[in-house]
Ligand binder design. Structure first.
Ligand code: PRP
Ligand code: ZN
Length: 283
């Protein structure tokens, strides 16, 4: 049995639950208790506050955990990063009142900065040779400058709307963050094997995310042109249609190139183009 710690509420919760679900791991959600075993996979889920996750994984209360890289860096706990999960992307940035001119980092000399991430901020300021006071507050950091609790703030920025609504502007991005899967350093063989299977499933879910299964009908005269256009990861499937002189072409392509490609495919005569979501790609 492997125990995974995830955030009980907040920005990571929904994405983590979705990832487990897509990975085919069933959890009874009758009532959300602290610890829930899966009914079809040797995994139990421990719901914690995100600031507690690095410590619990480091000391073995949980075997693995999903946490923001920002939390891991702030807590300075001894747990290894197994995988970057690619969701909950944000950055940790310095921000100041929008109307103030910002000449550069030296502006912060002698100023007070409010934050929930004092360790990351301290390391950054030391490295840059800036002497500023750090005022630690937990939550609602963004209102600090408006109520005289600090000259600037150091906080999570995602969409940037919190800064805008508090009339602040981002002036320095200190680190990029995203959800990471972390693990205790002393997992035994049995647990490592379960972790491998879990990673295999996470990969299958992620690989499918930005991919589409594309099908189209192509007149034989255009078949060569169409096949040349399709990205060549694996070769496309080509099936003759009941109507003479036509083939159906199936392939998997990245969503990023889809729109660009659709136009070109139509230009050379492809018809009835369908793009379908893919649930998993097992490699
Ligand atoms: C963070 C941060 C801001 C907000 C920024 O808070 O403290 O309040 O997100 O996001 P935005 O750029 O999309 O507006 P979070 O939601 O993580 O909760 P907390 O700080 O209250 O714990
Ligand atoms: Zn906040």
């Amino acid at each position: 049995m492997l125990r995974i710690a995830i955030q009980s509420k907040g920005r990571l919760f929904d994405d983590c639950m979705e990832l487990l679900k897509e990975s085919g791991i069933k959890l009874s959600n009758a009532k959300r208790t602290l610890l829930i075993p899966s009914s079809n996979f040797p995994l139990e889920v421990l719901y914690l506050r995100d600031d507690d996750i690095p410590e619990c994984v480091a000391n073995g209360v949980a075997d693995i955990g999903i946490v923001g890289l920002n939390e891991l860096r702030e807590r300075e706990k001894d747990a290894r990063i197994v995988k970057e999960l690619g969701f909950s992307k944000c950055r940790l940035s310095l921000a100041i009142p929008a109307l103030i001119d910002y000449p550069g980092l030296e502006w912060f000399n002698g100023k007070t900065i409010a934050t929930s991430y004092p360790n990351i901020l301290r390391r950054f300021l030391d490295e840059k040779g800036i002497k500023a006071d750090i005022h630690v507050i937990m939550g609602s950091v963004e209102i600090s400058p408006n109520i005289g609790l600090g000259d600037g703030i150091f906080d999570i920025v995602s969409s940037g709307s919190t800064l805008v609504s508090n009339r602040l502007k981002e002036v320095e991005c200190v680190m990029e963050s995203q959800a990471v899967l972390i693990a205790n350093n002393g997992l035994d063989q049995e647990k490592l094997e379960i972790l491998d299977e879990l990673l295999f499933r996470f990969d299958a879910v992620r690989n499918a995310e930005d991919k589409k299964y594309v099908m189209m009908n192509v007149p034989d005269s255009s078949l060569d042109d169409v096949l040349k256009m399709l990205p060549g990861v694996t070769s496309p499937t080509v099936i003759p249609l009941a109507t003479q002189g036509w083939h159906s072409v199936h392939t998997v392509i990245s969503e990023k190139v889809l729109w660009d490609l659709v136009g070109k495919l139509k230009n050379v005569g492809a018809q009835g183009i369908l793009a379908l979501n893919i649930e998993k790609i097992i490699q």
